[in-house]
Design a protein around this ligand. Structure first.
Ligand SMILES: [Fe+2]
Length: 237
């Protein structure tokens, strides 16, 4: 099982603050049976450039890899970014370099305001450029948008990622399970930032899903390794 959305890399953003925190987070994933973790540090176009971001990510990745103990089994690590929407994002040349490595999947964080036509249009434009947006934590936009706008986004040719917390919170659990049953959710993530207030908790969500909907609901989620076609093509910036 893959955790599609995490802030595991040390010192990159408001996620893991050190390699020792990252190691503890990896232990938590391992004990929950998560065998693949995608590191998706925040990318904010107003604060950094893709080049700088990718340099920092490579450095943090190296720091973490160095402290992994030989002979131990860890979840497989892959690298991407959680890219915050910005005006003009669809025309940005370097967008492919921010995709999950080896794919054309872009984890996209939408604005936390009511979406405009222009914003939705840009999401469509990204798709037309051959990049498939994966909308990060869909549940976090529900309070800002009427149902019809959320539906419109979901009906575009995009993938939807939801956080474990959406399933684990009593307030939203039923809604999360319903969307999963309707095949509206394609990837799950913990959006883990640390080991305490926002820990890796995907294993708990999977247990709950299995209890409520059966194993089949989990098996229907997208498997990165099985994606074919444009999404899994290597990206050449
Ligand atoms: Fe995140």
């Amino acid at each position: 099982m893959t955790d599609f959305h995490t802030h595991l890399l040390p010192g990159m953003d408001d996620g893991s603050d050190s390699v020792s925190t990252s190691l503890l987070m990896l232990d938590m994933w391992r004990s929950q049976g998560i065998d693949q973790v995608i590191a998706t540090p925040h990318f904010y176009a107003e604060y950094t450039t893709p080049e700088r971001f990718l340099r920092q990510r490579a450095k943090a990745r190296e720091e973490l890899t160095e402290v992994l103990t030989e002979g131990e089994t860890y979840p497989t690590l892959r690298y991407g970014a959680e890219v915050r929407f910005f005006d003009g994002i669809s025309g940005t040349e370097v967008l492919p370099s921010l995709c999950l490595e080896g794919t054309r999947l872009l984890l996209l964080e939408m604005p936390f305001v009511r979406w405009t036509e222009r914003m939705l249009g840009e999401v469509e434009e990204i798709r037309m450029r051959g990049i498939r947006p994966v909308i990060a934590h869909l549940e976090r936009y529900i309070d800002f948008n009427p149902k019809k706008l959320l539906r419109r986004l979901m009906e575009m040719d995009v993938f939807i990622q939801c956080n474990a917390e959406f399933f684990l919170s009593r307030r939203t659990s039923r809604q999360a399970l319903r969307l999963l049953e309707e095949d509206r959710i394609h990837f799950l993530g913990s959006d883990a930032h640390n080991t305490t207030s926002r820990p890796p908790n995907l294993g708990q969500a999977l247990e709950l899903i299995e209890k409520k909907l059966g194993r089949r609901a989990i098996d229907r989620l997208l498997d990165l390794e099985k994606l074919t076609g444009v999404d899994s093509e290597a990206v050449r910036p």
